[in-house]
Design a protein around this ligand. Structure first.
Ligand code: CTP
Ligand code: MG
Length: 229
């Protein structure tokens, strides 16, 4: 395949506080990582790089074995780094073959619909990145300490999700620049845009929310109980 999906799963899950790396925490009988990989392998065939918590590569291999089925030869596990950015960089270093499009996906967005993955892949061009995004529903305020400074027009805002897709060559270049600049970006689109490239958005989905807190894990459990896939 000419597309690769880097699934970053190396975070510790401080806010979930579940006593194990977040990606290996169970939602139902299956872990967050397993659900994320089930979604990835239900999308169009792609090379899949799982970036695992250091020391848990074997667990990640087992989840990859279970999710990949006959596409197991398309999957590979590497160890992540201390920040999300370093984990993505480790994933980029593990690509092989003639991949031209790279998607970066949070394992923590475990219930992301395969159609969202395919929509992002399809929208990437040779010079443009793509993110899935949702309209912001909250009423937002600009604040300064305890003073409400003013309203924020939410029509010009969007909440970013993953996978985020990019042309491989420009993403690798942007990563090299970010690593040498010392800036730590939390999101790949921001890192890509910092190199001067355009980013577009396609529709995200409620189901692609990120499991961050115990309440988010409960929400994932309820969603799976109501509609298993
Ligand atoms: N991630 C990673 N390597 C890191 C940090 C994060 O691969 N050093 C991944 C996480 O595994 C997750 C995604 O990036 O799939 C989004 O990060 P986040 O939701 O913040 O996960 P954690 O960093 O594990 O959680 P917390 O910030 O609560 O510790
Ligand atoms: Mg984090």
């Amino acid at each position: 395949p000419d597309t690769a999906i880097i699934v970053v799963a190396a975070g510790s899950g401080t806010r979930l506080d579940a006593g194990a790396p977040k990606a290996l925490v169970g939602i139902d009988a299956h872990s967050i990582l397993r659900h994320a990989l089930d979604g990835v392998f239900a999308a169009a065939p792609a090379q899949v790089i799982v970036v695992a918590p250091p020391g848990y590569e074997g667990d990640a291999e087992a989840e990859l074995d279970a999710a990949a089925g006959e596409r197991r030869d398309l999957g590979r596990v590497v160890a992540g780094g201390a920040t999300r950015q370093l984990s993505v960089a480790a994933g980029l270093s593990a690509l092989w073959g003639d991949v031209t499009t790279v998607l970066v996906h949070d394992a923590a967005r475990a219930l992301t619909p395969p159609a969202q993955i395919d929509a992002v892949s399809a929208a990437v061009t040779a010079d443009t990145g793509v993110i899935p995004a949702l309209p912001v529903v909250d009423t937002l305020k600009r604040v300064d300490a305890d003073t409400v400074v003013g309203p924020v027009d939410r029509s010009e805002l969007a909440a970013a999700q993953t996978p985020q897709g990019f042309p491989r060559a420009l993403l690798e270049e942007a990563y090299a620049r970010a690593l040498s600049s010392g800036v730590d970006y939390t999101d790949d689109a921001a890192l890509f845009a910092a190199s001067g490239h355009a980013v577009r958005h396609v529709d995200g989905s409620a189901r692609a929310f990120k499991i961050t807190t115990p309440a988010d894990l409960e929400r994932a459990r309820h969603l799976l109980a109501a509609a298993p896939t």
